[in-house]
Design a protein around this ligand. Structure first.
Ligand SMILES: Nc1ncnc2c1ncn2[C@@H]1O[C@H](COP(=O)(O)OP(=O)(O)OP(=O)(O)O)[C@@H](O)[C@H]1O
Length: 894
């Protein structure tokens, strides 16, 4: 048995028109209605307020009690106010679509909305009314013979279960070339009458996974799909027996707010994650389809729900979606999410056709007739057919000409891009250009408005890859700088007789691992971007060769250090360096090596690196050392006093060195993580641009009928969900959330972040985390390490609660976030931080979390957006941001 929407085998299908149905194959948009339920007793007890007005049959307006920036008005095929009974909802929001199944057209009705919004209540009403109408039709249509079959599944934790036979365990999905996705070994029961059908539905309800939540005593925790296959046979006018075969699917989705529970414990966490993932995929599928494209990649395969519903979403079916929502002010954010989903769904087009099975004999006869007609046509082509060919030819001709024109335009654009690239390469101010490129979403994009012409937009897009390549070169340069600094470290190491060789070995290992990670990064980039290949190959040759050389030096230095005899001071080189650099050294700090990323304490940031970073430059202010110049030491090899003095000097200097080298290596690591992050951003951008004009369809602003602020909100909500799913650093989330508020200039950053996270999320899925087969498995290693990093970040933030917040502020927060009294101060601080950023669907919680984290890390909204692109910003509290960068780099090592 299978659970695919009935599709007549291609060999048997004839899309002819039965008398009752005027057209056989037609495109139509999904019917989208919104139902607002009454306030529940719970909401009434909490004195919750009505946040929405059903202005008329099609319009819903927010009362804007929150005084948001935008008063929202939404229009749909139908809006049902709280007083609307189930019968009316069925008649105006489902009946027409549902009864298509009797006429051989697959149909799907599904309810979407947050938990406790009334999905199950609505779908029960729909099912009841459907059964009545279907059996009324069967009773009246005496000329036809009907066979009804019933099957039902639930998708729980990405596992498909047969609700008529739970014992069969997890069912597999199979891809059938004719029928599409089918559920293997699914029980299908022939329905005897309406009572039998009702009892089957009741059995499934009993079998379904439900549980009590804070909002709903009987909350459905799985997606349920009930499918009724209807086959009707009748005699047509010529007496032939014909059969129509179609299915009616009734889908009750799990509520879209589970994330609030996912942090409860292991099983719940897994459940919430699976529900979120499948609903996110459903949203993505709808969003992509709403762009009007069916040919591009639609991620149906990313979840079982969308695989099973594939034919209902943009395929051979008529579909009605009833979006349910609570009217309460306390749920306004979730309701907005639902309405954004409904707005996208309105734009999705299906192409339903009648699935007709013709008796085989008739089919053979018909085919024979058709063959003879075609034969006759071939032998004596009618003028009409040659006319037809001519017009076809003319049409093709026109298309070729149009393509030619487009090619010319593209060539022109390419030349323009080349010349611009040339100009940019000639320009000798690389760092300023980098910032300029980064702000192409900033200054320039403020001019980029809806009125921007397509040609201009395309031209802009064709230039960006060049700029990105240039950007990567810049990163390459920075990597080389890192290499140089490491070289200088080596110089220092080789010139001193450090007693603690173990420390050096550790430091060298650190540098080695950095080099390896750079190597990985480069090769990963190479795989991912076709057009970047050249650039990456170049980077690889130049940088890896030098890094490898550097490593050799490290080894040699070490060998040298180990082999040199005790007391045999060969201080020529360092002392030379010392002399050369004493003039630059104004302090007595052990600041031998200075990272360009460290604050420019002494104003040496832009000096010649030769003089700025010389190893012994800032050794100390010991005047005796000043006197004991290297030259004098080397000129008096017999002077044991001098040699001892120098030995002493190096001993102390060596200890100090270890500390400063450690700090330096940490700093290098942080910078490498930043570079990796930034490179990844670039690769995402380049990949996007290279995907070419096909993917331009994804540009929602261009295609979506939604207003800009809704597109922004939709994207931001997706980003928030993806942060959650990918366990991204909460400091990173906070900074991004606070900086990008929906201005035109933010679009590019938002899109890049969305692409990057989608890529990450995809990667996580691909690597098996989302695999339904993993039910009960441990999460893969990378997820564990991400979660660990997040935990460390939370611990770090918890420590800052006492330093960054006053006692009064803390108490207010504890009360607001319901942190229980007792258990110690430290524990309460951690409990508070552990609640931040935990519910991606609760937007007011997200906002408050961001505000709290921002306060803890001392982040202010006027921060620089460029740090999300390529600008090296020195956060005021560097340490506090390290967790974030390291976290991101962990993720990007996937
Ligand atoms: N239109 C309505 N009129 C009256 N009561 C309603 C209506 N819609 C829902 N309710 C009531 O609201 C509560 C929650 O409804 P329901 O269980 O259908 O929500 P749900 O969206 O299916 O929730 P979940 O996703 O948690 O399963 C129920 O007690 C139900 O009776």
């Amino acid at each position: 048995m299978s659970m695919s929407a009935p599709v007549t085998p291609l060999t048997k299908i004839r899309t002819t028109t039965p008398s009752s149905t005027p057209r056989t194959r037609e495109e139509e948009k999904i019917l989208v209605t919104v139902r607002v339920r009454p306030l529940t007793p719970r909401e009434l007890a909490n004195y919750d307020l009505f946040a929405w007005n059903c202005t008329d049959d099609n319009t819903l307006t927010s009362t804007n009690l929150n005084h948001d920036r935008h008063t929202s008005t939404y229009t749909f095929d139908r809006v049902f106010d709280p007083s609307c009974p189930n019968r009316s909802v069925y008649e105006q929001g489902a009946r027409d679509v549902a009864l298509s199944a009797i006429k051989g057209i697959n149909s799907t009705i599904f309810a979407y909305g947050q938990t406790s919004s009334g999905k199950t209540y609505t779908m029960k009403g729909i099912a009841d009314n459907c059964i009545n109408d279907i059996y009324a039709h069967i009773t009246n249509a005496t000329a036809s013979r009907f066979v009804l079959k019933f099957s039902a599944i639930e998708i729980y934790n990405e596992t498909v279960v047969d609700l008529l036979n739970r014992d069969s365990g997890a069912l597999r999905l199979l891809d059938d070339p004719e029928k599409g996705t089918v559920v293997e070994k699914l029980t299908e029961e022939v329905v005897r009458n309406s009572q039998h059908l009702r009892s089957l539905i009741a059995t499934c309800e009993d079998q379904r996974q439900v549980g009590e939540t804070s909002l709903n005593d009987r909350s459905s925790r799985s997606h349920q799909i009930i499918r009724l296959t209807i086959e009707s046979s009748f005699h047509d006018e010529s007496g032939c027996v014909k059969s129509l075969l179609a299915s009616l699917s009734l889908v009750d989705l799990a509520g879209s707010e589970r994330a609030s529970q996912t942090y409860a414990a292991g099983a719940r966490l897994k459940e919430g994650s699976h529900i979120n993932r499948s609903l996110l995929t459903l949203t993505n599928v709808i969003r992509k389809l709403s762009g009007g494209k069916k040919s591009g990649h639609i991620p149906y395969r990313d979840s079982k729900l969308t695989r099973i519903l594939q034919s209902s979403l943009g395929g051979n079916a008529r579909t009605a979606i009833i979006c349910t929502m609570s009217p309460a002010l306390s749920h306004v954010d979730q309701s907005r999410n639902t309405l954004a989903f409904a707005t996208s769904a309105k734009e999705v087009t299906n192409t339903a056709r009648i699935n007709m099975v013709v008796a085989e004999k008739q089919l053979v006869k018909h085919l024979q007739k058709e063959v003879s007609r075609l034969k006759a046509e071939l032998l004596s082509p009618e003028p009409s057919s040659s006319e037809c060919l001519k017009s076809l030819l003319a049409e093709k001709e026109q298309k070729i000409q149009q393509m030619q024109r487009e090619m010319d335009e593209l060539k022109r654009e390419r030349d323009l891009a080349k010349s611009q690239l040339q100009k940019l390469q000639d320009d000798d101010r690389p760092s300023r250009q980098a910032v300029k490129r980064l702000s192409f979403g900033g200054e320039n994009s403020s001019k980029v408005s809806g009125s921007e012409t397509k040609a201009h937009r395309r031209r802009r897009q064709s230039i960006e890859p060049c700029m990105l390549v240039r950007e990567i070169r810049k990163i390459g340069m920075m990597q080389r700088q890192l290499g140089d600094e490491a070289d200088r470290t080596l110089e220092l190491l080789s010139s001193h007789r450090l007693e603690n060789n173990e420390s050096i070995v550790r430091l060298v290992a650190d540098i080695k691992s950095m080099t390896a990670s750079l190597k990985d990064d480069l090769s990963a980039n190479e795989e991912e971007s076709g057009s970047l290949k050249e650039e990456i190959a170049r980077l690889k040759c130049e940088e890896l060769a030098s890094l490898e050389k550097k490593l050799e030096h490290v080894q040699k230095s070490l060998d040298k250090l180990v082999s040199v005899e005790e007391g045999g001071v060969d201080s020529r080189t360092p002392l030379k360096n010392k002399k050369r650099n004493n003039s630059n050294n104004s302090g007595g700090m052990p600041n031998y090596i200075r990272s360009p990323c460290l604050p420019n304490v002494r104003g040496t940031e832009n000096r010649d690196p030769e003089t700025r970073n010389s190893p012994v430059a800032a050794a100390n202010e010991d005047t005796s050392l000043k006197k004991a110049t290297p030259r004098s030491a080397s000129k008096q090899p017999g002077s044991s006093v001098n040699v001892k003095k120098i030995q002493m000097m190096f001993k102390t200097a060596a200890e100090d060195n270890i500390q400063s080298i450690k700090a330096y290596v940490t700093d290098l690591k942080e910078r490498v993580a930043k570079l990796q992050y930034q490179k990844q951003l670039l690769v995402c951008q380049v990949l996007e641009l290279e995907e070419g004009n096909d993917e331009r369809g994804d540009d929602l602003e261009e295609q979506s009928p939604m207003p800009r602020h809704l597109v922004f909100e939709d994207h931001r909500n997706q980003i928030i969900m993806l942060w959650h799913l990918c366990h991204v650093s909460i400091i990173h989330r906070t900074q991004f959330y606070m900086l990008f508020r929906g201005e035109a200039a933010d679009d590019i950053y938002v899109q890049v972040e969305l692409r990057r996270l989608t890529w990450l999320e995809q990667k996580l899925s691909d690597l098996g985390n989302a695999s339904p087969a993993l039910l009960g498995d441990e999460p893969a290693g990378y997820v564990t390490s991400s979660i660990k990093a997040l935990k460390q970040e939370r611990e770090y933030l918890a420590k800052r609660v006492s330093t960054e917040l006053s006692a009064e502020e803390r108490e207010v927060l504890y009360k607001k976030w319901e942190i229980p009294v007792g258990g110690g101060k430290q524990r309460r601080r951690l409990q508070l931080v552990n609640r931040l950023w935990t519910d991606p669907l609760n937007l007011s919680q997200v906002k408050e979390s961001a505000e709290i984290v921002a306060k803890l890390v001392g982040f202010c909204e006027t921060g620089s957006k460029e740090m999300f692109a390529l600008n090296f910003v020195n956060p005021s509290d560097k340490k506090s941001w390290m967790g974030g960068w390291n976290m991101i780099s962990n993720l990007l090592h996937l």
